[in-house]
Design a protein around this ligand. Sequence first.
Ligand SMILES: [Zn+2]
Ligand SMILES: [Zn+2]
Length: 171
Amino acid sequence: MATPLLVNIVELLRRPGTIKDIEVLIAVADFDFADERIIDVAVPVTVHLESLANGVAVSGNAQAQWHGTCRRCLKSIDTTLTVEFSEMYQLVLEDPDAFAIEQDQVSLLPMVRENILLALPLAPTCRDDCPGLCSQCGADLSEASCSCTTDVTDPRWAVLDTLRENLTKDS
Ligand SMILES: [Zn+2]
Ligand SMILES: [Zn+2]
């Protein structure tokens, strides 16, 4: 079986300004993510290649399904991550971030893989304004508000309150 996303670019290298567009579905297994957050659903990848004088510019996007846990309410999250990328491939590596062109081919799979893994959120939330759980009773505040008072009495203030009461009594 051919290596996915290994693209022959002989035509592109012949003349700067030549473009090539690719749209493929890549099996998760082909990426070998080694990351349990990625769900086993094929990843659509769209790539636009354009040859320049000093290499090939590669841009596009990929969509991966992933699973996580909201760090605020602990609900499980199943969602789609869309990653946009824009990279350079060069025969002679001038740009330190560029990928190598080897044997008239660009290997896009490791680049797409890297972009997906970097884009996975480290501390995901189920939604931007997730209120999380009540720190006192553990109620899920996105579903119901609880009756806990928000101002927890600090024991140090309780001492002052007692003192104040005594002073009031004395006067
Ligand atoms: Zn949440
Ligand atoms: Zn509560």
